[in-house]
Design a protein around this ligand. Sequence first.
Ligand SMILES: Nc1ncnc2c1ncn2[C@@H]1O[C@H](COP(=O)(O)OP(=O)(O)OP(=O)(O)O)[C@@H](O)[C@H]1O
Ligand SMILES: [Mg+2]
Length: 251
Amino acid sequence: MMGGNAGSMRAKGIFVSGTDTGVGKTIVAAAFALSLQKAGFRVAVLKPVTSGAVLVNGRLVSEDAELLRWASACTAPDSDIAPYLLREPLAPSESAAREGVVIQLKSIHAAFERLSTTHDFVIVEGAGGLLVPLAKDFLVADLVNALSLPLLIVARPNLGTVNHTLMTCECARSRGIEVLGVVINGQPEQPDQAEEYAARVISEFAAVPVLAVLPRCSGTDEKTLVKLLSECAEMPTLTKLLSLEAPHEIS
Ligand SMILES: Nc1ncnc2c1ncn2[C@@H]1O[C@H](COP(=O)(O)OP(=O)(O)OP(=O)(O)O)[C@@H](O)[C@H]1O
Ligand SMILES: [Mg+2]
């Protein structure tokens, strides 16, 4: 049974970053969380910093964290899943400064530790891309390093994505971050020329695999979208990639 192997997975988690904001980090992270959860893993999710949190019944809510919680069925407290909620939809360092919040690595680290001791796997979603500032002298990339997690890069499919994806890979590598691979998200049913070659060119030049090319699905709500993507053929490959690193896989 898959669940029986869960404890043997070496990496305790994955950090989902993107080439940009709005590329589908939450949707891809949620689809992966749902796929792992359905396979029997106890999955936790962590959205360390949310800018653009919304007021619901007088309470600030991270919509990203809500979707991730639903997909993972994680029951950890909101304060661990989404520790920093900022109202302004700006770079987190700016939103935080304007709202008098100091984003502290040690608080995020502590939340991650609590989640990882009570779950098989933690899926962390960054904010924007790798060089987004969280505080003075503290970028998303520094958070990835502090949590010692391998990186999954979500990229868009269209013209310009090769440049953004290769820059993200190079940035990760220069900072000692392990890149597991790239997920291209939102491939149209009828791709144009650039969308047709993007995956091939990225895998040729990035020296990391393109693990999945996920389709663009229009006209669905976000939960349906996450369900559809979680059923894509590439999801088990992702799971396998992570569990393949298990030290006691053959036991
Ligand atoms: N494969 C897809 N097909 C159709 N729509 C998609 C797909 N993936 C993402 N979307 C839509 O694109 C928008 C951005 O996706 P998402 O919120 O996952 O991006 P993000 O990278 O997490 O953004 P942020 O930087 O704000 O966290 C959402 O409205 C989402 O529903
Ligand atoms: Mg998001």
